[in-house]
Design a protein around this ligand. Structure first.
Ligand code: ADP
Length: 484
């Protein structure tokens, strides 16, 4: 079993948690800071507003004791901050007004700061009062020094607000975040892990089913769900691949059994004849006859083995094909002259229609290819045409060009036995013979000729087409690209 930390499921979960966790932490930090900043500045704003209105009251009513009641009435019921104090200090340091909570306060303020405040500066500071723990609390107080000018004398209005409420609120918020963020991250991981197990179930099923499919069980297929997701597409793709493998395997099996069968026949004949020859002493003429028969079987064996070797080399692309410019007119003429003695045995006439082109003959009928292989293909088609034609018939060979001059068509047409529709699609397959009883016809038929010819022409970038009417004749066409 694969180590869990190597699985895609683990890597996906970890990446997701890393991204999600970072985003959540950043988000919490930002939200916390905005919240803290807004609350802190709202305290400052409230203090400024309070200072403005106390300043106004001083201007209207002087340092009347009533103004304390007014402040108490106006602010204490509404202030969101549990504790605050108000003092008005004159330049000699006397406290002229003092709200109840500020009894015995000693403000730890530098003289220079105080001086600045007397001379018109609004100053905010966060301080700790050494002699008043209830007001300072753990977090200290926010202090505003506000300059007041009244009847040409200078005063400082000092307003202090305890930060306890706000800071303990922020402290609690931090605590909540410290607790909830990791819990959310852990829960997301657990949820993702459990959910991805469900999501990956089809993948694991696919792995299990794939393990079950071996070379011997290629008929089996993977289960395909109808979800239409990537996994069902993967299963479909794998099934297509298994189908192609199954086809290749069955072709291979068929090929092996056909090849063994084709090789066994001449070997059985050879063995039989040699055994009979060895039964008793025979005269020289008899031995010669047996040897001639043996040689013919050996030639047949050799032809099959050579053919198979050529086919496998062509299949693997290992065969070194020469690529020279060939004049098809000339090549056809050579092939016809080679095959004529065979045709004459059956009194078959071969008519040749070369590509008519007096001026530029070479240019017009040329193709690129391997002359030797191409000659073998033409000879094979001519040989078949003669083999499957009645005596005294005709075979017509023609070379034509397509209308766009890109393709040259070399056709060989006979008036022979023809091939039925059900067989014509198969004749290019290896070892395929329309009539198995004709196997021994000419002693050389192995059903390999057309498949080799087809493989050669395909390697040269062309194709072979076959048309046939049973009982009337067949036409085989080699189509190749022109060389110009
Ligand atoms: P073979 O060595 O048996 O001729 P081929 O591969 O050349 O093998 O041909 C395959 C089969 O195609 C032959 O067995 C034959 O039945 C059929 N065939 C090929 N050429 C012709 C033709 N010109 N006329 C009729 N049948 C043909």
């Amino acid at each position: 079993m694969a180590k869990f930390y190597k699985t895609i499921r683990w890597k996906l979960n970890i990446s997701f948690i890393a991204i999600f966790g970072t985003a959540l932490i950043l988000f919490s930090i930002i939200i916390y800071n905005i919240f803290a900043f807004q609350n802190r500045s709202s305290i400052d704003e409230a203090m400024i507003t309070m200072a403005h209105s106390i300043n106004e009251s001083i201007h209207e009513e002087g340092f009347d004791k009533d103004i304390l009641d007014e402040i108490k009435e106006t602010y204490i019921p509404f202030t969101p901050y549990s504790a605050f104090f108000v003092e008005v200090i004159d330049m000699t340091g006397n406290i002229i007004i003092k709200l109840n909570q500020s009894n015995n306060l000693v403000l730890p303020i530098d003289n220079s700061v105080m001086h600045d405040a007397f001379y018109g500066k609004q100053i905010f500071q966060t301080i700790h009062l050494t002699n008043n723990d209830t007001l300072s609390g753990k977090y200290g107080i926010r202090l505003l020094l506000y300059p007041v000018n009244y009847q040409s004398a200078k005063y400082v209005l000092a307003i202090g607000v305890s930060l306890s409420n706000l800071e303990s609120l922020l402290h609690n918020l931090r605590l909540i975040l410290y607790l909830t963020v990791p819990i959310i991250i852990v829960l997301s991981f657990i949820f993702g892990w459990v959910y991805s197990k469900k999501a990956y179930k089809p993948v694991n099923q696919l792995i299990e089913s794939s393990n079950y499919i071996t070379a011997e069980r290629l008929t089996e297929r993977l289960p395909v769900s109808d979800t239409g997701d990537e996994i069902s597409k993967l299963a479909l793709t794998l099934n297509n691949m298994i189908e192609r493998l199954e086809n290749s395997f069955s072709i291979l099996k068929q090929f092996t059994s056909d090849a063994s069968h084709e090789l066994r026949t001449p070997l059985t004949i050879l063995r039989g004849e040699i055994e009979i020859a060895l039964n008793k002493t025979r005269d020289t003429a008899e031995y010669k006859r047996i040897l001639v028969n043996n040689l013919s079987e050996i030639l047949r064996l050799q032809k099959i083995v050579d053919g198979l070797l050529l086919l496998s080399q062509l299949d693997e692309g290992k065969f070194k094909i020469k690529n020279t410019k060939i004049n098809l007119n000339e090549l056809l003429a050579v092939a016809v002259s080679k095959i004529t003695p065979l045709a004459k045995k059956k009194n078959i006439r071969i008519i040749v229609n070369l590509l008519e082109n007096v001026d530029q003959e070479d240019k017009q009928a040329s193709v690129y290819g391997d002359e030797g292989l191409l000659l073998n293909v033409i000879l094979n088609l001519l040989d078949n045409a003669i083999k499957y034609s009645a005596s005294d018939s005709e075979i017509t060979c023609s070379i034509n060009k397509s209308l766009d001059s890109r393709t040259i068509n070399l056709s060989i047409e006979d008036n022979g036995i023809g091939i039925s529709k059900e067989h014509i699609a198969m004749i290019f397959e290896r070892f395929y013979k329309v009539d198995q009883s004709r196997t021994r016809m000419g002693n050389m038929s192995a059903g390999l000729g057309l498949s080799i010819s087809n493989a050669i022409i395909q390697t040269l970038g062309g194709r072979i087409e076959a048309e046939s009417i049973e009982g009337k004749g067949s036409k085989f066409s080699i189509l190749l690209q022109t060389a110009d």
